[in-house]
Ligand binder design. Structure first.
Ligand code: ASP
Ligand code: MG
Length: 438
């Protein structure tokens, strides 16, 4: 008997009808002869509503209490889902994160899983029950408190359960058909990807693709968990995220390609896996930095102390006459003011002239493992942007990714032209079923 872990996101369990529909799906998986463990998110936008509620009580909610509050969202959906399954004549039991053995560190709102002890889950499964686990939450042995894993953390709960229970696959159910070559809400001609390596998925998730939580992809990659991202609104196969680093990769890939071929699909390896866009970052430029050793170190030490997560960095060639240079970097908008303040405080010490802040930038990332062995990818990218009259403000690359920064209001257009230029456009528009894409 195979053990399958399934995760249902908030938009898949948004109301009682949806919960019943999901319950039916879970029962069908069970009827097909599988053991089933489910991680579930809070209904619809419950988590956001609970956060709003907290802010109506106090401007800065105590992190411990906020976690206590937010975990209630998943308790509601898990209990309702278990009831719905029970009423269909199947044994089902719900468990909180802490009952399920999701042991985390003590960081409220951003806890990391340090251990999974799924004894009770195993027992319930062995007794023939379908198990429903509250996503996104855990328990810290250190503080003996309830924690949450950060927004979107239910994916990580599912993957951690799949790893601990050695599940054959971790199915992530969402409101789109799978992972797309781009966000269908931005690029309507985006198409579903049948399979992708976990390395490419990581780059896409890091570049702003929201379909999978980046920490879930990291966890799956580290523990060799196969992910299957699919829609809870139909029965089609979605996207498999395969771990190219595990021993059974070739075997799994061949089996999957065989299945796809039977259905008349072509399975040639694409050079480009997808195009991601991100409007969540801002750019800070430190103007007039003395071009002498140690200045970059000094600047980024100041930035690091603010705990801001910086992304791209560009330093200009210094002007010969002045020996001054500019250093620009991007970071989440939410960190912008804090970093500006920290830099301003040390301006005379570092000796730069001024600071510029720009929160009207957009980032586009082109990702594909095929870049390693194919020349001309950057030239084709820049040419597509040039033809569309889109100006590039910053460029950065990794082995399998090229990212550019443009004006915020041109990034969607940029994604569409690049998507087309690399032959990724589908024949028909993608279907978006429901939800907000969160
Ligand atoms: N309910 C939580 C959130 O909205 C966790 C999740 O959906 O994965 O962030
Ligand atoms: Mg949610």
């Amino acid at each position: 008997m195979a053990l399958i872990v399934q995760k249902y996101g908030g938009s898949s369990v948004a109301d009682p009808e949806s919960i019943k529909r999901v319950a039916k799906r879970i029962v069908e998986t069970r009827k097909a002869g599988n053991e089933v463990v489910v991680a579930v998110s809070a209904m619809g936008d419950t988590t956001d509503e609970l956060i709003d509620l907290a802010h109506q009580v106090t401007p800065i909610p105590e992190p411990r209490e906020l976690d206590m509050l937010l975990t209630a969202g998943e308790r509601i959906s898990m209990a309702l889902l278990a009831m719905a399954i029970k009423s269909m004549g199947y044994d089902a039991r719900s468990f909180t994160g802490s009952q399920a053995g999701m042991i985390t560190d003590a960081r409220h709102g951003a806890a990391r899983i340090v251990d999974v002890t799924p004894g009770r889950i195993r027992e319930a499964v062995d007794e023939g029950a379908i198990v429903i686990v509250a996503g996104f939450q855990g328990f810290s042995r250190e503080s003996r408190d309830i924690t949450t894993l950060g927004r979107g953390g239910s994916d990580t709960t599912a993957v951690a359960l799949a790893a601990a229970l050695e599940a054959s696959v971790c199915e992530i159910y969402t409101d789109v058909d799978g992972v797309f070559t781009s966000d269908p809400r931005v690029v309507p001609m985006a198409k579903k990807i049948d399979y992708i390596t976990s390395e490419e998925m990581l780059e896409l998730a890091a570049s702003g693709a929201k379909v999978l939580h980046i920490r879930a992809v990291e966890y799956a990659r580290r523990h060799g968990v196969t992910l299957h991202v699919r829609s809870s609104f139909n029965n089609g196969e979605g996207t498999y995220v395969l771990n190219e680093t595990t021993d059974d990769y070739a075997e799994k890939l061949a089996a999957l390609q065989g299945r796809l071929q039977e259905r008349g699909k072509t399975v040639e390896e694409p050079i480009i896996a997808g195009v991601a866009t991100d409007l969540s970052e801002a750019k800070i430029t430190v103007v007039g930095v003395p071009d002498v050793p140690g200045k970059a170190a000094q600047i980024f030490k100041i930035v690091a102390k603010t705990n801001a997560n910086i992304d791209m960095i560009v330093q200009n060639v210094s002007a010969a006459a002045t020996s001054l240079t500019d250093i620009s970097f991007t970071l989440p908008k939410g960190d912008g003011q804090r970093v500006l303040q920290a830099l301003r405080a040390e301006q005379s010490d570092v000796g730069f002239q001024s600071l510029q802040y720009d929160d009207q930038i957009g980032k586009l990332a082109l990702v594909g493992a095929g870049m390693r062995s194919n020349a001309g990818v950057s030239a084709a990218l820049f040419d597509a942007l040039f033809t569309a009259g889109i100006n590039i403000e910053m460029i950065s690359t990794s082995e399998i990714r090229i990212s550019v920064v443009t004006r915020a209001d041109t990034v969607a257009e940029a994604a569409r032209v690049v998507h087309k230029a690399f032959g990724l456009d589908a024949e028909t528009q993608a279907v978006v079923y429901a939800g907000t894409g969160r």
